[in-house]
Design a protein around this ligand. Structure first.
Ligand SMILES: [Zn+2]
Length: 342
């Protein structure tokens, strides 16, 4: 069974003239409706996360600041992160959506997808960043650990931007394996996410970055993810899997220089399906409405139909892979050889 965790209330996080706007979720829901999938999906409303849930990740000072900032009318928290008067409440709802989607997967669903905003992966313990207020995914992980006793978590984040917040929160934690594939940080926000940022202390080796050069295509992503994901997952043996989905690597997207097409998303979903029968999806970025609609439709179709084969989405003929992508793979292989074999 597949569930969407979604609420029309997410539109109350109002961000006018901003790429991260309420239209993003509308477009996805409309596309699922038109594509005939919405009737077949279970749509579950989220409950807001409570303070205790948030404080497992964020500092009390930050949470108080966010609350009073929005109560006073909101505005820009930094140069690009906006909060409206209701954004505090809606950010709690988005974090609660991630928790709900995780619990659904634990209890009954094969896949559950938290279709929420504001996104979360840039938010650090003590600051908002990159359109993100609360780190929804991190809140869900800490909750699943504390309330359900799960120990080992796997995350694949394929948003075009590095999830610096998620990475930082779990940087010393050997029980959360964070793999992020994103545009080369020398060329895009937040300027972090290099291969050598591989975790610290006990967490060394559990933060695996795959920086992709601008212009990378679906074939480059397939080449590198195919080599890394399956072997790493079988060596790590997670209790719980997250796919942190961002659609801003799409060729139509205005915020990145990556050239992924619609077929990347069903392909990566089917690869993950081979690895695990159960997985929670959390929405991050994606700013081309057309790209988001189609990519989500195709991705969810795959999750609903287990007979679909990943090979169907591979480009015909031999994969055209950039030399830079091959070099990146070699560097990752060398850096991570003490921790994983692939
Ligand atoms: Zn992004």
């Amino acid at each position: 069974m597949i569930s969407l965790v979604h609420s029309p209330k997410y539109a109350k996080h109002q961000t006018e003239n901003h790429p991260e706007n309420p239209g993003r979720l509308e477009v996805i829901m409309n596309s699922l409706q038109k594509g005939g999938l919405l009737d077949k999906l279970d749509v579950t409303p989220p409950k807001p996360a409570n303070e205790e849930d948030i404080l497992r990740v964020h500092t009390i000072e930050y949470l108080k600041h966010l609350k009073s900032f929005t109560e006073q009318g909101g505005g820009y928290l930094d140069f690009d992160t906006y909060a409206s008067p209701q954004s505090y409440e809606i950010a709690l709802l988005a974090a609660g959506g991630a928790i709900k989607a995780s619990e659904l997967v634990l209890e009954q669903c094969d896949f559950a997808y938290s279709l929420a905003r504001p996104p979360g992966h840039h938010a650090t313990k003590d600051r908002p960043m990159g359109f993100c207020l609360i780190n929804n995914l991190a809140v869900a992980i800490k909750y699943m650990k504390e309330k359900h006793g799960l120990q080992k978590f796997f995350i694949l984040d394929f948003d075009a931007h590095y999830g610096n917040g998620t990475s930082e929160i779990f940087y010393h934690d050997p029980q959360v394996l964070y793999i992020s594939i994103h545009q080369d940080p020398r060329t895009i926000f937040p300027g972090k996410g290099f291969i050598e940022e591989s975790g610290a202390g006990d967490g060394k080796g559990f933060n695996l970055n795959i920086p992709m050069s601008p212009g990378s295509k679906t074939s480059d992503y397939i080449y590198i993810l195919k080599k890394i994901l399956e072997p790493v997952c079988s060596q790590f043996q997670a209790d719980f899997y997250f796919l942190d989905v961002g659609f801003d690597g799409h060729r139509e997207d205005p915020l990145s220089s990556l050239l992924l097409d619609d077929d990347f998303y069903p392909w990566v979903a089917s690869l993950m399906q081979k690895i695990t029968p159960k997985m929670t999806l959390i929405l991050e970025g994606g700013y081309s409405h057309e790209g988001m609609g189609q990519s989500n439709l195709k991705m969810i179709k795959v999750l609903m139909d287990k007979s679909i084969n990943e090979k169907k989405w591979q480009p015909p003929g031999e994969l055209q892979v950039k030399d830079e992508t091959k070099m990146t793979f070699k560097q990752i292989q060398d850096t991570f050889s003490p921790f994983f074999t692939f």
